[in-house]
Design a protein around this ligand. Structure first.
Ligand SMILES: [Fe+2]
Ligand SMILES: [Fe+2]
Length: 151
């Protein structure tokens, strides 16, 4: 993978992570359920660490992190229409699972293309964080869907 292509890909992750920070933070503010709100805040803080660690990798290569336009819309497709306004908890979780799964897929693809080293380890760490987020969101979604079905 040449350096330009790598920088472009890192900028894509930088933008994705940044937009996830903003989205999860606004979801947390709109969420009535305190456990869900606190978890979204905590996950937003972890996404902020990803923003920072990807930005550091870009700068290490002599470039400046560049924000791309809407990265979430193309991932969410028809779900992106629900992004504005307060989403209910079930839609929130579905949207977030879709984003986390896309992030995981792309981290896995990039891991296969970079050699062993600092970036390789960093991508693995971010990937595992996204896997943990997906697991929590999925578990919570199942719980809420179970409650909904019983009413
Ligand atoms: Fe992330
Ligand atoms: Fe995540």
């Amino acid at each position: 993978m040449n350096e330009d292509a790598l920088i472009t890909k890192l900028n894509w992750f930088y933008s994705l992570e940044l937009q996830q920070v903003n989205l999860y933070s606004s979801q947390a503010r709109a969420m009535g359920d305190i456990y869900l709100a606190k978890t979204l805040d905590r996950i937003a803080a972890i996404e902020q660490q990803h923003v920072d660690n990807i930005a550091a990798e870009i700068r290490k290569r002599g470039a400046e992190p560049a924000k791309m336009g809407d990265v979430l819309g193309p991932i969410l497709g028809r779900l992106s229409g629900t992004l504005t306004g307060a989403m209910g908890p079930i839609t929130t979780l579905k949207v977030n699972i879709t984003l986390e799964e896309k992030a995981m897929e792309d981290y896995k693809n990039l891991i296969l293309r970079v050699g062993d080293g600092h970036l390789f380890d960093l991508l693995w760490n971010n990937l595992i964080d996204e896997d943990l987020h997906t697991a929590w969101f999925t578990n919570k979604l199942r719980e809420l869907e179970k409650i909904t079905r019983h009413h």
